[in-house]
Design a protein around this ligand. Structure first.
Ligand code: TXA
Ligand code: MG
Length: 354
């Protein structure tokens, strides 16, 4: 590098570092981010599921900015995040619930909050229509990541936050994922390391008759049924509430993705420039024995030992790593159907363009 170029490179490096919106998480940066939310700003922040794009849930101007930054249709409602159970009644009108539903709500919050469960409840009139897309209901979540609760408590006490990705794209499980797709649009990105659960929260509707899952996620159906009994089938799929959880193509990488069970993958011809994402190491080994792919074939595994929690935590990270422009197709193996596998398979189906 020429001597003349060195100061220029240094200057732009310093400028780049100063303008980088990523702040490592600490009491100080959380305070800074909370003040930004109070002023009507937008902050990307970690939760145990995925990174969220947060704004004061009671500030319509800030909510409008979230939709704009994400390029998200306004008919798709947001989740309101609270920092403590005591804040629930500010967001949801619990007086509208019958006794049985009230008991179910108490049992669910006792067992799963804080954690990756979002509850659909009747909304308080004070919650802006923009947050709920005009619905009479509101989605509420109490995250388990302590730094997320600290941020919410120090800002407005109610932070509306969708996942911090452009609408329809892969969800972010690290600050780098947010920077890569929304950098330049968000002033502050708090970096709390990789998201532990790695899959979005389970969205459970408990105010429309028999409870039903609208989006499978971090709390498995079986665990919910163990607490409140059988859930209704989700008949709203592709129907009434049109949100990302319910849209056919969503959570998608740029390369086209096909999800299959192992039997089909073993028969699938291996093209040039394609990648494979296996659920476990044993499946990969079985496939390698039979298929003998070209050397440049990208191969990833969600969990070597087939641990479903680990697979969930690695899911979006693996898809981000495989999301390369030079790849023409990603073949993914479905996870086992039970537990968190339902959420992984739901995301694979929605990312799949076939
Ligand atoms: O884990 C998560 O839930 C993350 C983190 C940041 O908390 N958030 C997240 O938000 O995934 P988002 O906006 O990407 O997904 C929220 C889902 C959408 O499918 C939306 O349609 C649904 O919740 N939703 C929100 N309010 C609703 C309502 N009142 N009725 C039915 N579905 C609703
Ligand atoms: Mg999302």
């Amino acid at each position: 590098m020429s001597k003349k170029l060195v100061p220029i490179v240094h200057c732009s490096l310093i400028w780049y570092c100063l303008s980088m919106p990523i702040l490592s998480i600490s009491d100080e940066t959380i305070r800074q981010a909370a003040a930004h939310i109070v002023r009507g700003g937008i902050v990307a922040f970690p939760t145990e599921t995925v990174y969220g794009l947060g704004a004061d849930a009671f500030n319509p101007g800030a909510l409008a900015m979230i939709f704009e930054i994400k390029n998200r249709p306004r008919f798709d409602p947001l989740i309101v995040h609270i920092a403590a159970l005591g804040a629930l009644e500010k967001i949801a009108d619990l007086s509208m619930l019958d006794n049985d539903t009230r008991k179910k709500l108490d049992a669910l919050t006792e067992k799963f909050w804080p954690g990756p469960l979002t509850l659909i409840l009747p909304k308080q009139q004070t919650v802006p229509d923009l947050a709920t897309s005009g619905l009479p209901t509101v989605a509420v979540r109490l995250p388990s990541l302590a730094s997320a609760r600290q941020l919410i408590a120090l800002s407005s006490g109610a932070v509306a936050a969708p996942s911090a990705n452009p609408f329809g794209c892969l969800s972010p499980t690290s600050a780098r994922h947010v920077l890569a797709t929304l950098g330049g649009k968000v002033e502050i990105i708090l970096d709390g390391g990789p998201a532990q659960v790695g899959l979005e929260s389970t969205v459970l509707d408990i105010c429309g008759g028999q409870p039903r899952i609208l989006r499978p996620g971090g709390v498995p159906k079986e665990a919910i049924e163990a607490v409140i009994g059988p859930l209704a089938e989700n008949t709203a799929s592709g129907g009434a509430v049109t949100g990302p959880g319910m849209m056919k193509s969503h959570y998608a990488p740029r390369a086209s993705l096909e999800a299959h069970d192992m039997e089909t993958l073993l028969e699938t011809p291996v093209e040039d420039k394609c990648a494979f994402l296996f659920f476990d190491g044993a499946s990969r080994d079985k496939w390698l024995k039979k298929r003998k792919p070209p050397q440049d074939t990208l191969i990833k595994v969600l969990s070597e030992t087939g641990n479903i929690t680990e697979a969930g935590a690695n899911f979006f990270q693996s898809l981000h790593e495989l999301d390369k422009p030079e790849l023409c197709r990603i073949y993914a193996q479905f996870a086992p159907k039970e537990g968190l596998g339902a959420a992984i398979n739901d995301r694979l189906q929605k990312a799949s363009r076939i």
